[in-house]
Design a protein around this ligand. Structure first.
Ligand SMILES: [Zn+2]
Length: 301
């Protein structure tokens, strides 16, 4: 009898059509994590960039085009950070993912932007971010904005599962709030800490957690530091007593290490995305790691 039942179960499984998950491609691993939290078992998500990659410059590959051809939805960081995605989506010729289509999600919609350039932007300013600073995901409060945009996209594509997605969103938003409170309490202990950061990736993080960004290792966005720029930073950091250099994990260590050696500062190497360092598996892990690094640096000050 048991054998017959088992066979029947196996047959039922066999007869079942393949699971109709939504196939989602994201620009970043953080967006992948949030998609998985909101979509649950109803989605299959892959990120085009890896967690340790510089999202300003992701090299398009044919395999990415192939994956986008079969995708139901694409989620981008937006602004001018992942413009490389446009050429990929165009090459894939998957109309469902084109701007304005139901399968197009810009995670930045509704984010309150910092550092919007005033006046004319030109080449002398380096690779300046023309719409404002796009590193908004480094304020974890913006996770809820990103999740809301993803939620809306999922509901457009699978309205019959809206209640499930809504419930997942509520759970994710509540967890985000809880973690924000805990991180805020930890960060209160290094409030006002002055840092020099490699690139301008940190204004949202700094605003959230009370850091003071005194300068950048890059003289201009996307431009590696010159000797004279580093000399200027040594003077500035000495005058303003800046003892911490916060550097994104994918930038060269030469500039930060030079500064650290000159003035006895501490370099905090920070992952900026899920998967950006060993043990940093999720988007939330990023903040655990960066805050722990800053706690240690502030202690050494
Ligand atoms: Zn940038």
């Amino acid at each position: 009898m048991k054998k017959i039942l088992l066979t029947a179960a196996a047959l039922a499984l066999w007869a079942c059509p393949a699971r109709a998950e939504l196939k989602i491609m994201t620009a970043s691993t953080d967006l992948k994590y949030i998609c998985e939290r909101i979509g649950g078992a109803e989605v299959k998500v892959e990120s085009l960039a890896s967690g340790g990659q510089d999202l300003h410059m992701v090299e398009p590959r044919p395999s990415m085009v192939f994956k986008l051809k079969k995708a139901d939805m694409v989620v981008r960081v937006g602004l001018d950070l992942d413009m490389w995605l446009d050429s990929l989506v165009n090459a894939a010729r998957n109309k469902a993912l084109f701007y304005g289509q139901p399968g197009y999600v810009d995670a930045s919609a509704g984010v309150e932007l910092l550092e919007r350039p005033e006046g004319k932007v030109d080449a002398s300013m380096g690779d300046i971010h023309i719409y404002g600073n796009p590193h908004y995901w480094l304020d974890p409060a913006n996770a809820k904005v990103m999740a809301k945009n993803i939620l809306a996209g999922l509901k457009r594509l699978a309205p019959e599962k809206a209640a499930l997605f809504d419930a997942n969103y509520e759970y994710f938003a509540a967890e985000t709030d809880e973690r924000l409170a805990a991180w805020g309490a930890r960060a209160a202990r290094f409030k006002g800490l002055k840092v020099v950061t490699y690139h301008g990736s940190w204004p949202y993080f700094a605003r959230r957690f009370g850091l003071e960004v005194a300068g950048h290792v890059e003289p201009k966005p996307g431009i590696p530091p010159s000797a004279s720029h580093l000399d200027g930073l040594v003077k500035k950091m000495t005058a303003e007593n800046v003892k911490v250099i916060l550097t994104e994990s994918y930038y060269p260590r030469k500039g930060p290490d030079f500064l650290a050696a000159k003035i006895g500062a501490v370099v905090v190497t920070a992952p900026v995305s899920a998967g950006g360092a060993a043990g940093v598996k999720t988007y939330f892990d990023v903040f655990d790691r960066v805050i722990a690094g800053l706690e240690a640096a502030a202690g050494k000050k």
